[in-house]
Design a protein around this ligand. Structure first.
Ligand code: AMP
Ligand code: MN
Ligand code: MN
Ligand code: MN
Length: 268
């Protein structure tokens, strides 16, 4: 049986693997259909279709947009978008500029805490990609301010930590609308991790097609989100959210291809 994974990151955002490395690894698992969902960028799609074809993988266009609601991140996945859609590309460019501003604001806070990192030191970790907090974490490790990635988030970067700065960017409504206008389907990513269940009815009203039910820590939470999906007639999607470091759910989810069939049916 061949399975799917609809949530993967590459070096074009905060993943650790190149598109080639990631897709080769995906193909070495029993996964036949995958979607690369980098944060706020389609850059992976410059090379991914050709590589996937060579590896015999079905590739579904994907993105993970960092939208913001009340100062908190709400990640919206977009599938089957036209990666050339001008309006979406322009909005993503602005998102990436805002990411740079946020990283600079975090670095200022770090400096006040006696942690001296330059923007260039962080940028070096990011290979021209969509810059984000994990790149700061890597720079903090490299400069020996912390011993681990985890410590960087716990001490400085996570919500509520000493150098935390809230994100700015598209609203959920705007992100969903842009995905739809680019011919795609919007899905709320990792609802358990996002921890904003009260927002689900609003996202439904904005037009999400699915809920990422299969990305959970406990079976109890999967049951909970299956109920939400049923109540609001949302497609139950899933993926590992693999970043190339911790294996986590990667290769272990065994998600059936019928999920993709449902998405395709909804698209038509
Ligand atoms: P940003 O897009 O700059 O807000 O960074 C968010 C990314 O950081 C997420 O996509 C995760 O990959 C990673 N991340 C968020 N929170 C944590 C955490 N507590 N520990 C490790 N990585 C995290
Ligand atoms: Mn990430
Ligand atoms: Mn996410
Ligand atoms: Mn992700």
């Amino acid at each position: 049986m061949d399975y799917i994974d609809l949530h993967l990151h590459t070096l074009h955002s905060d993943g650790m693997l190149t598109v080639e490395e990631l897709l080769s690894l995906v193909a070495s698992e029993n996964i036949s259909c995958a979607s690369i969902t980098d944060h706020d960028t389609f850059d992976a799609y410059a090379t991914a279709p050709e590589i996937a074809k060579r590896l015999g993988l079905e590739l579904i266009t994907g993105i993970e947009i960092s939208s913001v609601n009340n100062g908190r991140d709400i990640h919206i996945l977009g599938y089957f978008c036209d990666v050339q859609n001008a309006e979406l590309l322009a909005a993503l460019k602005i998102q990436r500029e805002k990411r740079k501003d946020r990283v600079k604001a975090i670095l200022e806070k770090l400096q006040k805490l006696g942690v001296n990192l330059s923007y260039e030191q962080v940028e070096e970790r990011c290979f021209g990609a969509s810059i984000s907090r994990p790149h700061i974490a890597l720079a903090l490790m490299e400069a020996k301010y912390v011993d681990s990635f985890r410590e960087a988030f716990e001490r400085y970067l996570k919500e509520g930590a000493a150098a935390y700065c809230p994100p700015t960017g598209l609203s959920c409504r705007e992100a969903i609308s842009l995905i739809k206008k680019a011919g795609g389907l919007a899905v709320m990513a990792h609802p358990e991790y996002t921890n904003a269940d009260e927002l689900i009815p609003k996202l439904v009203e904005c037009g999400i097609a699915g809920l990422e039910v299969y990305n959970y820590k406990t079976a109890k939470s999967m049951k909970k989100y299956k109920k939400f999906a049923k109540k609001y007639k949302l497609i139950e999607t899933g993926g590992s959210d693999f970043h190339g470091i911790a294996i986590g759910l990667f290769g272990k989810q065994n998600l059936p291809y019928s999920i993709v069939e449902e998405l395709k049916k909804k698209l038509n």
